[in-house]
Design a protein around this ligand. Structure first.
Ligand code: GLN
Length: 549
């Protein structure tokens, strides 16, 4: 709703990509959304992914990077993480739709008899379902602008129905209400010493062949785009010259909104959508963050122990959370990516040498587990700040049972189904689940924090809500053993009694959380658990210096 309680009439912006993948459609969409939001408009971003999986939840992180979970428990593409981090507004299942979901819905409708008598076809049935999903968020009346990122590249067979849906929507909604931004690459040929526009011409032509004329062309480039190149692109691609926007490679993704502001992308969009807005985008707070991020006073080294470390995208939200928390502390956080499989009790001292904190990452399955347990033991015994997330928290509990409580065989039934001490066990409601997709404990759950604990001090309140994605949990049968041995259970789900946070009081910073705090850290709202972890690492580093001097 708008300020006067009237539903808003949304306008639609589509972001397509050409020439190659990985040009950063998600960052361009997020940056534009940020600029429009900073002008007082209500904006959201959604992503349509052309693959057949119903959601990315069952995809291996090596395949697709991290799976981002929303408050409503949707397992989504990692670009939604960027949308939330930039806009500071939560997304939901409606913000991420795949071809698999579109077909699933159409097939379910066909079985119910909704199309009785008709042959069900890509046009109009699949395209109608795509359009229905595209328009869904707009129908809430909550948004002035909906930006839709189309995954994949123009010209991919699987992208065709989406491009066709955009073509149809231009007719349905009218061209004042819909804008297409095409993101493309303008490569620099070293041998010729020139920027080349041909790939852009070809990819725009491909869009035009499908009946879609892009309104704005954003060009990724390593060198500034001179006027003659802009003129050429405008001429060949049938757009005005000031609709050719330069997107130079940026130092960080958080610079992109300011680069786009300089190129007047937001102004151009408003003009073309016929939206009157004389407010300048207020980016002061954003610039404040960038200033702190780029001019750190402190520096720490954090070990990130995981099993997918070869692919940094597998831990995207954690890495970004460290950027937010680092800026909040005016501290440069250097992440040392450590493969859990490479860690043994024998080499750990050497591998962790020089670290000021260790984060044991989320994960699934047996690979690298003993390395994670060795990591927890080392940091617990050596008073190095520790932060365990999801599987990392479970490993902290196993390590504590084995080495402090005195249950040498303690384990999780995920890795050792017959363990004598199942300190981490499958949740009751998971025991009869057989489907893999969308069946974990997913989304936001309440958690109550105990008084006089580190968790309560960090959050500064008793009731919190955090996002989950797991099947196993702390086995409450052993709560007493843990407490008797000195571990504090500081956060509990008030409805189910599930343990959500554990901590060690006689340690500078030892905290394990069953949920994923990294999914809620944003530029404007760095997550307190990360902020305080970095703070603890700074203290650890300065104490170390004192001892050495
Ligand atoms: N594999 C563990 C579970 O399912 C942890 C999951 C995670 O780290 N996200 O409970």
């Amino acid at each position: 709703m708008s300020m006067n309680g009237q539903p808003r009439n949304p306008k639609y912006i589509f972001v397509t990509g050409g020439v190659t993948s990985s040009l950063g459609k998600g960052i361009i969409a997020s940056s534009l959304a940020k600029l429009l939001q900073s002008r007082g408009l209500s904006v959201t971003i959604q992503k349509f992914d052309p693959y057949i999986n119903v959601d990315p939840g069952t995809l291996n992180p090596y395949e697709h990077g991290e799976c981002y979970v929303t408050d409503d428990g949707a397992e989504t593409d990692l670009d939604l993480g960027h949308y939330e981090r930039f806009l500071n507004v939560p997304t939901s299942q409606a913000n991420n739709v795949t071809t698999g979901r579109i077909y699933y819905n159409v097939i379910m409708k066909e079985r119910k008899g909704n199309y009785l008598g008709k042959t069900v076809q890509v046009i109009p049935h699949i395209t109608d379902e795509i359009k229905r999903n595209i328009l869904q968020l707009g129908e809430t009346g909550n948004f002035d602008i909906i930006i839709t990122e189309l995954g994949g590249c123009v010209g991919d067979i699987e992208s065709l129905p989406y491009v066709e849906a955009v073509r149809q929507l231009k007719w349905d909604l009218g061209s004042d209400n819909l804008l297409v931004i095409h993101l493309t690459l303008v490569p620099y040929l070293q041998s010729a010493g020139e920027l080349k526009t041909k790939p852009t011409q070809h990819s725009v032509k491909m869009l035009q062949e499908s009946g879609v004329q892009p309104d704005i062309i954003v060009c990724r480039t390593e060198h500034p785009l001179p006027q003659d190149i802009r003129r050429k692109i405008a001429l060949f691609c049938n757009v005005e010259q000031n609709s050719v926007i330069e997107a130079m490679d940026a130092e960080t993704i958080y610079d992109v909104p300011l680069l786009m502001q300089k190129e007047k992308l937001d102004q151009r969009v408003l003009y073309m959508l016929d939206i009157y807005n004389d407010q300048d985008a207020d980016m002061d707070a954003w610039k404040g963050f960038l200033g702190r991020y780029k001019n750190p006073i402190e520096e720490v080294r954090i070990g990130l122990v995981g099993k997918y470390v070869e692919l940094k995208d597998a831990y995207k939200s954690i890495a970004e959370s460290f950027i937010h928390a680092g800026a909040a502390n005016e501290c440069k956080v250097n992440i040392e990516w450590i493969h859990s499989e490479s860690l043994t009790p024998e080499n750990i001292a050497e591998k962790f040498d020089g670290l000021d904190g260790v984060l044991v990452a989320p994960g699934f399955g047996e690979r690298g587990i003993e390395g994670k347990i060795a990591a927890v033991r080392y940091v617990r015994e050596n008073n190095i700040p520790f932060f365990g997330i999801c599987l990392g928290m479970q490993m902290a509990c196993i390590e504590f049972a084995r080495n402090v409580i005195g249950m040498p065989e303690a384990h999780s039934t995920e890795m050792a189904p017959d363990t004598e001490f199942p300190v981490i066990d499958l949740m009751e409601e998971q025991k009869n689940v057989t489907d893999k997709g969308g069946t974990m404990r997913l989304g936001a759950y309440a958690c109550k924090l105990k008084d006089k604990t580190l968790a309560k001090k960090i959050y500064g309140k008793a009731n919190i809500s955090e996002r989950h994605r797991h099947r196993w949990e702390f086995n409450n049968k052993y709560q007493k053993n843990y407490e008797a041995a000195g571990m504090v259970i500081s956060g509990i789900n008030p409805d189910s009694g599930l343990v959500e946070i554990v901590e060690l009081p006689n340690h500078p910073y030892f905290i394990g959380v069953q949920f994923h705090p990294e999914l809620k850290s944003t530029v404007m709202n760095p997550h307190p658990l990360f902020v305080n972890f970095v703070k603890a690492a700074i203290e650890y580093a300065s104490n170390k210096k004192l001892v050495l001097s």
